[in-house]
Design a binder for this molecule. Structure first.
Ligand SMILES: C[S@@+](CC[C@H](N)C(=O)[O-])C[C@H]1O[C@@H](n2cnc3c(N)ncnc32)[C@H](O)[C@@H]1O
Length: 603
């Protein structure tokens, strides 16, 4: 085997490169320069030739492991080659995306990356053929987007000339916030309408900032989890997609894209918080969403009414010294915690701590009403005995209603934490696997913020006739599942009348606490509530729970009814946010959208 030094200088790769440039060298010669030296029995040119021949046109995808299989190539040489390839690939990728085929918002953005840093607003149009290959890129406007300035001709003129099958529009927000503004949506709607008439597909409208991307297409598809455009003439236009997501009767739908959840500011460790309760339909994770709508729509307000309060987390979010929170729920098991957390004005914390300590140390070896019915099923026998004994004791050791509410609340929270359930009491889990011992804690509340508050336990339709407020927040049950069925056990514990219980789930008679909002006649109850509301702003949470197999999760009031009823009091806006809703597992949970209907009361 001749060694490289035996080859005449002019035939040596390095020398040839320096003399004649890279084009004069074959692939294996270029590789030889990279590898540098041969191995025993093989000079560098032969080694390189062997590699090029072995991998052929798969050369660019060679891995370190592939190279290590070639005798004479060690780790250092393999790494050298693979790194060089990666480096070149990286630069090429940055220069030009593959074939300029636009199959996603990301592809479109990489073709227009220059506008991301612009200080002025740009509207750029990508013209695509039926296979989504880029035909042309055109700047349509520079300056603030305005539907009265943008003329569809500027977009669709070139589209017709180029015989483009579709367009993708990109717009930059120098502010950094990629959420579409009202103007953006007006422009988009105008362009989409025009595209439909012209027969040119408006595939996407994308907003970019230095760091963020928002795509209407991706947004409309999130529920379907299909984020790539479809080429070959099958692509749905935004017109169709938005029509699916935006029913014709709707007024303005505002999509919320920010991360709205922020936990409560004040949390004292080692105490029970309102949000600790496992409660179906509780809005804890949607508080930021609701708060943002209130901030946007309800200027100065002094009275906030949470008329279907449940856990009370929504009212608590607005609970400040100067604000009166009216919280109401017709279940005693909700009313008592509402009173404790939001209604307690004076309390001797030391006294409460002492009593809770004593209750935690209460011995309970004998059976009682609670353990007889709920022991060894919903709770371990030991916990059930203690719950029953503690509840009995609370009635004996409390001096006033405030104190009693606080201690019962502590017991309700503690009970829920050791329940052998999935979060409600329609059934218990077959296997008794929740064996933690019961432990009461002091509820975490701020009496100084509660001074103006009013707490009620009334039917919302009765209460609405007696109160007035600035903001009325309405969060009724959406479907046929009665809260009194789901929380019969806590209701039983809160009221402590020791009623007869029936069936496997051990439910007491609940006929007096059935909600009209779970019945066929829900829309009538809602219409009555709205017509009697004495307030400036109405916010309604109502979920599109979709169709479930057993029908129990289907919404009782349809969108048209909601909007018609609210419109009788003023203009309506809808705010939407994707949210994972509760179902029993029998329904499809994908694509649930949590909505807030807002009405500015003018009539
Ligand atoms: C969807 S939950 C409210 C959840 C609450 N926003 C939260 O974040 O915890 C509905 C509540 O309305 C109560 N409710 C149902 N019908 C009622 C009525 N007619 N009057 C008063 N409260 C009612 C239920 O007891 C339940 O607590």
């Amino acid at each position: 085997m001749p060694k490289l030094k035996d080859i005449p200088r002019v035939d040596r790769p390095r020398e040839r490169f320096l003399e004649k440039g890279s084009d004069a060298l074959s692939k294996s010669e270029l590789l030889a320069i990279l590898i540098g030296s041969g191995v025993k029995g093989k000079n560098v040119k032969q080694l390189s030739k062997q590699i090029v021949r072995k991998f052929g046109n798969k050369f660019l995808d060679i891995t370190v492991d592939d190279l290590l299989k070639i005798s004479g190539i060690g780790k250092a040489k393999a790494l050298q080659i693979v790194s060089a390839l990666a480096l070149v690939k990286r630069f090429y990728e940055e220069l030009e995306p593959k074939d300029n085929i636009v199959l996603s918002a990301q592809d479109a953005v990489s073709l227009t990356s220059e506008i991301r840093n612009k200080k002025k607003e740009y509207l750029v149009c990508l013209y695509l053929n039926a296979r989504n290959t880029l035909l042309k890129k055109e700047i349509i406007s520079i300056g603030i987007l305005d539907k009265s300035i943008i003329h569809p001709r500027e977009i669709f003129g070139p589209a017709v000339e180029l015989r483009a099958a579709g367009v993708v529009l990109l717009h930059n927000h120098p502010s950094g916030d990629v959420e579409p503004s009202k103007q953006d949506m007006e422009v988009v709607n105008k362009i989409i309408e025009a595209g439909k008439i012209m027969g040119v597909n408006v595939i996407d409208f994308i907003i970019v900032s230095k760091t963020d991307i928002y795509s209407i297409f991706a947004d409309s598809q999130t529920a379907r989890k299909k984020l790539t455009y479809i080429s070959d003439g099958m692509q749905n236009s935004l017109f169709d997609l938005l029509e699916i997501g935006q029913p014709i009767y709707s007024p303005t739908i505002k999509k919320i894209h920010k991360i709205y959840f922020s936990p409560n500011k004040r949390v004292t460790p080692g105490r029970f918080q309102l949000q600790n309760r496992r409660f179906l339909g509780n809005k804890y994770k949607l508080l930021g969403f609701i708060e943002d709508i209130v901030n946007e729509k309800c200027d100065d307000f002094n009275v906030f009414c949470d008329i279907f309060a449940g856990t009370g987390v929504v009212g608590e979010r607005f609970n400040e010294k100067d604000i009166k929170v009216i919280a109401n729920d017709f279940l005693t098991s909700n009313y008592i915690p509402l009173k404790a957390f939001l209604g307690t004005v004076t309390v001797d914390f030391e006294e409460i701590e002492k009593k809770i300590d004593a209750l935690n140390n209460l011995e309970a070896h004998k059976d009682n009403y609670f353990s007889k019915h709920f022991g060894d099923t919903y709770f371990t026998l030991e916990n059930a005995r203690r719950i029953g004994a503690i509840r009995e004791k609370i009635d004996k050791i409390t001096n006033n209603e405030n104190e009693k509410a606080i201690l019962i609340t502590s017991l309700l929270c503690a009970t829920d934490k050791v329940a052998n359930t999935v979060g409600h009491y329609d059934a218990y889990r077959k296997k008794l696997d929740t064996v933690k011992p019961l432990r009461l804690l002091v509820p975490d509340f701020e009496p100084e913020n509660n001074v103006n508050n009013e707490i009620y336990k009334e039917d919302a339709n009765q209460l609405i006739r007696k109160i007035s407020c600035d903001v009325l927040y309405i969060d009724p049950p959406y479907n046929s599942r009665q809260y009194s069925d789901a929380y019969h056990l806590l209701e039983n514990l809160a009221t402590w009348k020791k009623p007869l219980v029936h069936g496997k789930a051990k439910k007491m008679n609940r006929s007096h606490i059935k909600s009209n909002y779970c019945l066929q006649s829900a829309s009538k109850a809602f219409a009555d509530l709205i017509s009697n509301a004495n307030c400036k702003h109405i916010l309604l949470s109502y979920n599109n729970t979709g169709e479930s197999k057993d029908g129990r999760s289907n919404a009782r009031i349809n969108d048209k009814q909601i909007i018609d009823i609210l419109k009788s009091r003023g203009e309506v806006d809808i705010f939407e946010r994707d949210y994972k809703a509760f179902t029993t597992g029998k329904s499809d949970t994908a694509g649930h959208i949590e909505r807030v209907f807002y009405c500015k009361v003018t009539k």
